[in-house]
Design a protein around this ligand. Structure first.
Ligand code: ATP
Length: 305
């Protein structure tokens, strides 16, 4: 029997490798990225209602919602959850309505695909709530209309993303590790970062093919050796706190620390739990980052998504 309400966890991502190949004439960028789902999530409750789309947004206590800023989460038609619900309703001519209650925990405008993963959760949730029977591919084709990261968020796990981010190749699960994630109290516009990137003059790029081979071989060291994010230098130049966070994580024992997406979130990969825990506590008590998480990689099969 179909349910009238659903609770969904919408997981964040990091980029283990992010390369930008070129700027296309239409303004989009062609990318090659290795994406990884991580254990930080928003919670959504979807319920059938008589008509329309009703959205409520609540923030976790350490998240601010400054009006008009990059870090603001809209609670209206601009929210990606609302836009995803509208797209499904219009495309499949659904007469009934849906209420969406979104509890944000994923740092906002942070390079962790927070809005995209919420939209992906709404697409998947409405597919099941209204018994639409849509395939993952169909949901991804719908999702890309709202954002290039949404197809990946529908799939999740360890994935190679190409094109504008929508061409996906599933990889073996990346080996487990301890992951420290820290978001300084600034919000970065993805648009600003891409506009200030010069793809032809990049000095160092990630070794995406090498990373795919390392993932296949289950070698965390191999992965660490191939990591790079070409957007890092752009964001770091504007916000020196990113370099400070990376340095602090590596000084505390991270095998590698890097910025995720367009930033400003920095993550550190640790091999030893104790070092990761100590680094988490130091960072949590310190003043470089307002939001700090100790987590790990998440893969769809293990999560039963
Ligand atoms: P990406 O990694 O895909 O670039 P991001 O982590 O940089 O994403 P988001 O957290 O998705 O950025 O937020 C970017 C902007 O999107 C915010 O400034 C906010 O105004 C808007 N937004 C719309 N819907 C949402 C949502 N559900 N959650 C967060 N932000 C949203």
């Amino acid at each position: 029997m179909q349910k009238d309400s659903l609770e969904i966890k919408a997981y964040a991502k990091i980029n283990l490798g992010l390369d930008v190949l070129r700027r296309r004439p239409d303004g989009y960028h062609e990318v090659r990225m290795i994406m990884q789902t991580v254990g930080i999530y928003d919670t959504l409750i979807l319920k059938k209602i008589e008509q329309g789309i009703a959205l409520t947004v609540s923030m976790s206590p350490d998240e601010t919602n400054p009006p008009g800023g990059e870090g603001e989460v809209p609670d209206n038609e601009e929210n990606l959850c609302y836009r995803a619900a509208k797209l499904i309703k219009e495309t499949y001519d659904i007469k009934e309505g849906v209420s969406i209650s979104l509890m944000k925990r994923i740092p906002v405008a942070a390079g962790m695909a927070g809005g995209s993963t919420d939209a992906a959760a709404v697409l998947k949730g409405m597919n099941s709530l209204f018994g639409l029977g849509l395939s993952e591919e169909t949901l991804q084709e719908l999702g890309v209309k709202l954002g290039a990261d949404i197809p990946y968020c529908i799939k999740g796990g360890t994935v190679l993303a190409e094109g504008i981010g929508e061409k996906l190749t599933g990889l073996f699960d990346a080996p487990d590790c301890f992951l420290l994630v820290a978001k300084p109290d600034i919000s970065v516009s993805t648009k600003y970062v891409y506009e200030n990137l010069k793809p032809d003059t990049l000095e160092s790029r990630p070794d995406i093919d090498g990373m795919m081979a390392a993932i296949q071989a289950g070698s965390l060291d191999g992965i660490l050796g191939c990591m790079e994010n070409v957007l890092q230098s752009v964001t770091e130049a504007k916000y020196p706190v990113i370099s400070s966070l990376k340095q602090q994580m590596e000084a505390q024992g991270a095998a590698k620390a890097m910025m995720s997406g367009s930033g400003p979130t920095v993550f550190g990969i640790f091999k030893e739990e104790e070092k990761a825990r100590t680094a988490y506590e130091t960072m949590y008590r310190g003043n470089l980052a307002k939001q700090v998480f100790l987590t790990g990689f998440v893969n769809p099969a293990k999560e039963g998504r």
